[in-house]
Design a protein around this ligand. Structure first.
Ligand code: G4P
Length: 534
């Protein structure tokens, strides 16, 4: 049987009501504030302000260190589950800082939809664009929230045009703002014909909602001053003429984004957005694997690890693997097969993350994110199944943009350093390259801040003082091709070769010219800046 609305098979009700999504935005657009309001309306927290610590721990080194120490916050904030009306939302956090973008890209492989938050005064910013492009590659449905409408913001048409032109996606207004800045009154909900008025007095209270019978309902004039009303009616008329109306299929195909205008801090427009995620957002989707596509309603459980995070207790070196369940009905205590090692794993204490709390997950369904504590067996990209040998496709690993060599300033601890570095590589916090010739390691990261975070964590968690030093290389590329050619190449270019954490060969250089030369002289080989983790 097909669900005609989403053109997909009818799912068991528990899977059907799941919505798994991430928020993408440029730092400061209001992601943390919006998350907080989601949790507030989802009944997961009692008061706004509880996830604030994370929002403040944004940009500076010391804040990151604090966050690392305070791993409780960062762990539980990686995934948050809560109910809203009849829906079960799984919100997966994407780190805001651009230094951690690889983590963000991977996170996006675990969700079915994204909410794009933009600042009404700033429009599309660099990080929003990058993340949007990742979503676009996967044709992921995107809902847009234009935030900070309580402040001076750009003209509504200008904002919509910018999204359409910059991101090449159709935009359909789901609401229309009335007044700007100080005069911002609220929005007209174009999908439900309601007037939503903002309450500036209490930020945690939703303003008045007035049911309106179309735009010529005289009730509008009772709530909107004449000069604003005239302009608003003109704008809506124009918008309806110029802009596409809401087309659910186009949204699910990722070619049209509905936009809501609001103010997260004033709790305004947030519930309408949540209704949008619930009513229109995709249900858990079919996932591509190397052998066949996996449908969410298949009875057997499958899932993959998209993130690994060190646990709160550094003494035990426990880690939590975040797993996106792709199919089936998971129950605590189940024995799943760890596909990479082919070993069975009893999942005795899976966790669900409920805002600032975590609790044992007695059960979970396709679409859910569960945390599995482990001692390092689970790596990013690993699949868990009920015995089937399969691997989920599309989990990317990017070539690092910065390389440095690392050594312990205490020679007695060199061996322990190997262990620490391996752990961070497994967590995905850094790339680890072992040069074919000589001792030591080359560490690759995406942003400079990561070196500092790493040095501090190695010292804090392993008691090893380390120093990062410039490496003679600046670029790393994965080398693939027929085994014989690869072996021959490695033999001739030993000084440039290393093996990554999985034992895959990597070519390192400081010259783009070198990369071009290899591509020209060795047509059977290819050098790649990304590797799909399989
Ligand atoms: P981020 O996670 O995307 O980086 O953004 P975050 O929510 O931390 O918000 C960034 C800043 O924008 C915060 O101010 C926040 O209070 C403010 N903000 C969020 N939503 C709105 C809104 O609807 N209207 C207005 N006017 N401001 C909003 P801050 O000064 O950096 O922090 P704080 O002192 O308020 O905590």
């Amino acid at each position: 049987m097909l669900d005609t609305e989403q053109n997909s098979p009818v799912l068991p009700p528990e899977i059907d009501r799941r919505r798994t999504f991430a928020i993408i935005s440029h730092p400061d657009a209001g992601k943390t504030t919006l998350t907080e309001k989601f949790l507030l309306y989802g009944g997961a927290i009692q008061m706004a302000g509880q996830v604030r610590a994370k929002g403040q721990a944004r940009n500076t080194r010391s804040d990151f260190m604090q966050m690392e120490k305070d791993r409780g916050i960062s762990v539980s904030a990686s995934a948050m589950s809560f109910e809203f009306r009849n829906f079960w939302f799984n919100l997966v956090d994407t780190p805001g800082h651009s230094d951690f973008s690889e983590d963000t890209y991977r996170t996006l492989t675990a969700v079915d939809a994204a909410v794009m938050v933009i600042d009404g005064a700033k429009g599309i910013e660099s990080q929003t664009r990058k993340l949007f492009e990742v979503c676009r590659m996967r044709d992921m449905p995107i809902l847009t929230f234009c935030n900070k409408m309580d402040r001076e913001s750009r003209d509504t048409f200008e904002i919509i045009d910018e999204i359409q032109e910059n991101l090449a996606i159709d935009v359909c207004p789901a609401s229309w703002p009335i007044g700007v800045g100080r005069d911002f009154l609220g929005c007209y909900d174009l999908l439900n014909d309601r007037l939503e008025l903002m309450d500036r007095a209490d930020r945690n209270v939703v303003g008045e909602s007035v049911e309106i019978n179309g735009l010529d309902d005289p009730k509008l004039a009772e709530h909107v001053p004449a000069e604003l009303l005239e302009q608003f009616l003109e704008e809506v008329e124009m918008a309806r003429e110029l802009m596409p109306s809401f087309d659910h299929q186009a949204f699910l195909d990722g070619t049209l984004t509905p936009i809501w205008f609001g103010s997260a801090i004033n709790s305004f427009g947030v519930q309408e957005l949540m209704d949008g995620i619930g009513n229109f957002g995709p249900k858990p989707q079919v996932r591509p694997a190397d052998t066949r596509p996996i449908a969410p309603d298949e009875p057997k459980v499958t899932g993959f690890v998209f993130k690994v995070q060190a646990n709160m207790d550094p003494k035990h070196r426990d880690r939590i693997a975040f797993v996106r369940l792709c199919s089936g009905h998971f129950r605590r205590g189940m024995k799943l097969t760890h596909v990479r090692t082919k070993k069975p794993m009893a999942i005795a204490s899976p966790m669900l993350f409920l805002a600032s709390d975590r609790e044992l997950a007695e059960e979970a369904w396709a679409g859910d994110i569960i945390g599995i504590p482990n001692h390092g067996q689970l790596r990013i990209g690993d699949a868990l199944t009920e015995g089937e040998q399969l691997r989920f496709a599309g989990i990317p690993s990017f070539a690092p943009e910065l390389l440095q060599s690392v050594r312990s300033t205490d020679p007695m601890k060199a061996k322990h350093l190997d262990k620490a570095l391996n752990q961070f590589a497994e967590e995905g916090a850094a790339k680890l390259f072992k040069p074919v010739i000589g001792a030591g390691w080359v560490i690759g990261v995406v942003g400079a801040l990561q070196f500092e975070v790493l040095a501090s964590r190695i010292e804090l968690e392993y008691g090893i003082p380390v120093r990062f030093e410039p490496s003679q290389f600046t670029s790393a590329r994965w080398l693939t091709g027929p085994q014989e050619d690869v072996d021959k190449f490695i033999d001739i270019n030993k000084g440039h070769m290393a093996l990554d954490h999985d034992g895959d060969p990597v070519f390192m250089t400081r010259l783009q010219w070198d990369i071009d030369r290899v591509e020209r002289d060795y047509p059977a080989l290819s050098l790649s800046a990304t590797k799909e983790i399989l």
